[in-house]
Design a protein around this ligand. Structure first.
Ligand code: NYM
Ligand code: MG
Length: 209
């Protein structure tokens, strides 16, 4: 049986990284094989350019940044499919939805143009949108260091996620202003349901969009 592909999405500081680690730990305790992957992957050649862009060490046209974020996913797509085929579940800490939401909201790029570069990527079986209010996210540690980390921009990003990318068939919007443990307790049954369902029917991995 292939692994399931699950994406955690949301604005900056919504708790995706923390929740991905907690979910992976809980799934492993229950005997599942899980990997967490994060995008952008800052270790690759494109990732290093993106890290410089995000930390403001480099300036870049918004379209160029968008294409690099997209390339940063495409260069891992085959490896992602092979990992799923080995029966490993993959939790994605951001994916193509962040790619479209940030580029469209922050650099005012056309949404269809932004979506086009993601078309054909492996599609997550489920997307968990961690819905934190931008003001609560801003109050969490470390906010403000990178490009895009301001309350008005994050509000626009949230709007693109929920008004343009939300897909009722695939997305769960999980309120995320609560504690790590409260959010984990909301996410866990939803994630377990996907993982356990996958053990019964082996549908092929879909593609975006
Ligand atoms: N980001 C992330 C994008 O603008 N496009 C993308 O495709 C992805 C995956 O990068 N502010 C933005 C969102 C974040 C920033 O992400 C870095 P993180 O999860 O803080 O490392
Ligand atoms: Mg960040």
């Amino acid at each position: 049986m292939r692994g399931v592909l699950l994406a955690l999405e949301g604005v900056d500081r919504c708790g995706k990284t923390t929740q991905a680690a907690r979910l992976a730990e809980t799934l492993r305790q229950r005997g599942h094989t899980v990997e967490t992957w994060r995008f952008p992957d800052r270790t690759t050649a494109t990732g290093k350019l993106l890290d410089a862009y995000l930390s403001r060490a480099a300036e870049m046209d918004g379209r160029v940044a968008h294409l690099l974020f997209s390339a940063n996913r495409w260069e891992k797509a085959d490896q992602l499919l092979r990992t799923l085929q080995r029966g490993v579940h993959v939790l994605l800490d951001r994916y193509a939805y962040s790619g479209v939401a940030f580029s469209a909201a922050v650099n005012q790029l056309d949404i269809d143009w932004c979506r086009a570069t993601e078309r054909g990527l492996p599609a997550p079986d489920r997307v968990f949108y961690l819905d934190v209010s931008p003001a609560a996210a801003a109050a969490r540690g470390g906010y403000g260091g990178e490009r895009y980390e301001s309350v008005p921009l994050q509000e626009q990003v949230r709007r693109v996620f929920l008004e343009h990318l939300y897909d009722a068939g695939r997305w769960h919007v999980v309120p995320a202003d609560g504690s790590v443990e409260q959010v984990h307790q909301q996410l866990l049954p939803l994630v377990l349901e996907c993982v356990e369902a996958a053990e019964h029917h082996n549908t092929p991995v879909g593609t975006l969009w």
